[in-house]
Design a protein around this ligand. Structure first.
Ligand code: NAD
Length: 330
């Protein structure tokens, strides 16, 4: 099939070109984000492949449908950037990569936690300046700490397994209780109780109406002073304005973000020679106890191979039989 890939970088093309040798599709790469201004860039492609910071709203989907697109193939697990109601009414199936590497994301969450706690980001710069002192570099043992995990799906469970190895106590909140987690000693509690008890909170739930701004002024007030928050899930789970205030008064002691509320226009691009226009992001970057990474938790060799493989298999399956097992349903 002819496929238009939006929002692609050379690292995407490398994996898709290599794995496409087994599939034989015609790939057309478009570097721009997909949105209402760029949807018209497709020619005669029957499939559009999009990434997390593309916008697949009703207007974009209608344009694509009118241009003859038959399938939307997301090269991500998350699908909160797609108007599924509009896709359904346009009879435009949407497929995704439901799982590629929970290890990639969970390990990045642990990386953020270790780096923040042991101040490795500060030590790295300090010794390069010839400063071998230890002042302000003290961390705490993770062993024995209470970790609150919100969302115990694939990534949350992988994160839990790692943290159990550190000797942490795990409490969790999810709309579905997982028995395997309970057997490992994970205690499911209410969200408010998790906020009140946890020394460290890690978010692994999807973004939806129920989880939008899950971390807000009220929930922050319930938390322990100096709490650590790690978000590798979706930026809009956290009310950035509220978390900045909480950082300023010491309520939040450490904050590790791989995702940011307004990341769409910024992440994955190089602004090193420009002035960043987003004042909240700029403020976050001034805190010594905050680490922001640019939505890179998924970015491992293994995950990229799996993403390309499953995306192209989804399309091949659709081309051969019209069947699509990884279809996203409402
Ligand atoms: P998953 O579907 O396996 O697990 C999600 C879990 O969240 C499920 O157990 C579900 O019951 C739970 N959940 C749903 N609604 C909830 C709510 N209101 N409160 C608490 N829990 C709720 O998904 P996953 O593969 O573990 O991925 C988790 C999230 O990680 C994704 O939604 C995505 O946003 C994010 N993600 C980020 C990256 C990255 O690179 N940073 C990569 C992949 C996924």
């Amino acid at each position: 099939m002819k496929i238009a890939f939006f929002n692609t970088k050379t690292y995407d093309q490398k994996y898709f070109d290599s794995i496409n040798k087994e599939h034989g599709h015609e790939l057309h790469y478009i570097p721009s984000h997909l949105n209402s201004e760029t949807a018209h860039l497709i020619q005669d492609e029957e499939v559009v492949c999009a990434f997390i910071n593309d916008s697949l709203n009703a207007e974009v989907l209608t344009t694509l449908k009118n241009k003859g697109v038959k399938l939307i193939a997301l090269r991500s697990a998350g699908f909160n950037h797609v108007d599924l109601v509009a896709a359904k009414s346009l009879d435009l199936p949407v497929v995704r990569v439901p799982t590629y590497s929970p290890y990639a994301v969970a390990e990045h969450a642990v990386g953020l936690l270790l780096c923040l706690n042991r101040k490795i980001h500060r030590a790295f710069n300090r010794v390069r300046e010839g400063d071998f002192s230890l002042h302000n570099l003290m961390g705490f043992d993770l062993h024995g700490k209470t970790i609150g995990v919100v969302g115990t799906g694939k990534i949350g469970q992988t994160f839990i397994n790692i943290m159990l190895g550190f000797g942490c106590k795990i409490i969790a909140y999810d709309i579905c209780v997982d028995e395997e987690c309970q057997e490992k000693g994970v205690e499911y509690v209410s969200l408010d109780s998790l906020f009140a008890q946890a020394n460290i909170i890690s978010l692994h739930c999807p973004l939806n109406e129920a989880t939008h701004h899950l971390i807000n002024q009220d929930s922050l007030n319930l938390m322990q002073d100096g709490v650590t928050i790690i978000n590798t899930s979706r930026g809009k789970l956290i009310d950035t304005k509220a978390v900045i205030q909480a950082l300023k008064r010491g309520k939040v002691g450490l904050l590790g973000l791989d995702v940011y509320e307004e990341e769409e226009a910024i992440f994955f691009e190089d602004f090193s020679s420009s002035v960043i226009q987003d004042d909240q992001l700029s403020r976050l970057l001034t805190f010594p106890n905050v680490i922001v990474t640019s939505h890179q938790a998924f970015f491992t060799e293994e995950a990229m191979q799996k993403i390309a493989g499953v995306t192209l298999s989804n399309i091949t399956e659709f081309a051969n039989s019209g069947l699509i097992q990884n279809q996203v349903s409402l």
